[in-house]
Ligand binder design. Sequence first.
Ligand SMILES: NC(=O)C1=CN([C@@H]2O[C@H](COP(=O)(O)OP(=O)(O)OC[C@H]3O[C@@H](n4cnc5c(N)ncnc54)[C@H](O)[C@@H]3O)[C@@H](O)[C@H]2O)C=CC1
Ligand SMILES: O=C(O)C(=O)Cc1ccc(O)cc1
Length: 369
Amino acid sequence: MTIVQGLDERAPRLSGQIRVVGAGLLGASIGLAVRANGVDAILADASPSQLRLAVDYGAGRMERDDDDPAMIVVCVPPDVVADVVAAELARFPNAVVTDVASIKLAPLHELQERGVDLVRYIGSHPMAGRERGGAISARADLFLGRPWVICRDHETPVEALALIEDLALDLGAVPIEMTPEEHDASVGLVSHVPQIVASALAKQLVRAPDAAVRLTGQGLRDTVRIASSQPELWVQILAANGGPVVEVLDRLVDDLRDVADALRSPDAPGSRREIADVMAAGNAGVARLPGKHGQDRRFAQIVVMVDDTPGELGRLLSELGEIGVNMEDLRLEHSPGAQIGLAEISVLPEVQQRAVDDLEARGWRIASV
Ligand SMILES: NC(=O)C1=CN([C@@H]2O[C@H](COP(=O)(O)OP(=O)(O)OC[C@H]3O[C@@H](n4cnc5c(N)ncnc54)[C@H](O)[C@@H]3O)[C@@H](O)[C@H]2O)C=CC1
Ligand SMILES: O=C(O)C(=O)Cc1ccc(O)cc1
């Protein structure tokens, strides 16, 4: 696989000590990643057992009295970000403090209302996560190729900004500057409303007949994946970003109502066009999504049938290597009870035909391209 800015490709920019407060999913992932670059990662957490777990997973060490970190990354739930940022700024007067909370305006306003001097604080937000929290789910490669929003203001010293950019780059992420307002409006659309839609759709399954749920295919799975996210975290995120989220939700509800009304009388003049217009606009919207690693380039897909026997998938992957095709992404679909799986491989468009020819010559069955 290609790694755009992998942990292993560039010389690390940061060294010395980085203190991470909140050793859950984000904190432990950051700890694992910076430690891989030789940084001394210091972990702190309100929960002693979470802290011990993160240390056991190799995400960093316990704090010591003589710690003198140049940077502190606050990775606690949104509700307590302002408290923790204020406490860290006071305790470490030489450190630059950032946080990774999913909303940026609420903690900033809270800190401003308390009159905290924010020259050494820069809010940030890696657009990378998982449905499950806790150090147990942490991964050093969580941030690879993902956008990392940095919210500076005009008082931010350039050296402080550079430190946070270096953190993002060392973790393989792509730093992007935005105002907190731009950030919250953007994530309302691309992260917060999708979470609500996924949860509300998955909710429809709760009382569905088993026979219906058994028919589930990849479409529904793709649409509801993030419905497994933690309610405790999301209540905090959504409550802190109500304005931008409601704006998008209202538009979405209007669209859903238009489709429902059209479907109530599908043969009425204009009904089919109403439905087709929403579908076509959806095509246009999805075409705007950046590809893997945030690139605009789209990949071509090849779907290969893989026998459900041990080692077959491994053989396919190693044969792709032998024919010199770089796999950009891999998705597996498996029908319960079927003896065949489908491996959807993403490749650069210019190698697609050669890959199909070479795989077929080696006896692989191509389900679709
Ligand atoms: N989960 C995700 O996918 C993403 C989360 N974020 C943001 O990252 C932050 C952390 O989220 P996760 O790592 O998922 O949560 P998590 O639940 O895995 O970890 C949070 C940790 O903070 C600790 N904590 C709570 N209050 C504390 C306090 N007052 N002082 C010190 N430690 C405290 C908890 O014990 C826990 O270990 C949140 O602000 C969230 O919005 C950002 C990007 C993605
Ligand atoms: O799993 C996904 O696709 C996500 O989008 C995860 C995520 C959750 C919360 C954030 O603030 C940022 C990213």
